[in-house]
Design a protein around this ligand. Sequence first.
Ligand code: OFO
Length: 181
Amino acid sequence: MLGELNQQVNEELYSMYIYEAMAADLEYRGYKGMATWMRVQAREEKIHADIFYNYVTERQAHMELEAVAKPPKTWGSPLELFKAAYAHEQHITGRIHHMAKVAQELNDYASLKLLQWFVDEQVEEEANTSEAVQQLEIAGSQAQAVLMLDREMGARVYAVPANAPYYTKPGQPGAVAGAAA
Ligand code: OFO
């Protein structure tokens, strides 16, 4: 189980990295609002990595950080890019469900409780990216509609996900008394 959780730190760091690459691609193409949306998403992924990291260390396991893979540089269009983001979230959902199954088989109730938070979080992660795909499909090739969507998406602000477990531990940067679940 701890090996799976350790691997998930890498998966979440890759999520952060691929979304930073997507933000850079969007920024380069002039979609500044969508780039902001993606950078907010990348910061959320760092939180996900932190949660798994803190949980593994809390279980007294020796964390081993692996190399983070190089993400692609470009996706061709915002629609293709958000389709790739949605597919990536589906992959992450698969990982979370797989880990929940392993935890269940091992009667590892603590890990199962942690993973339940991620099961719920993934519903939101998939909804956010698939909604962007849907809106870009509706906008189609109408530049005006795409630019309006770009402006709307740029309003997204960074916030720590509600009730994030193990987000901070006492003594860590950003730690709040009693914040460790
Ligand atoms: Fe960490 O949820 Fe997206 O990838």
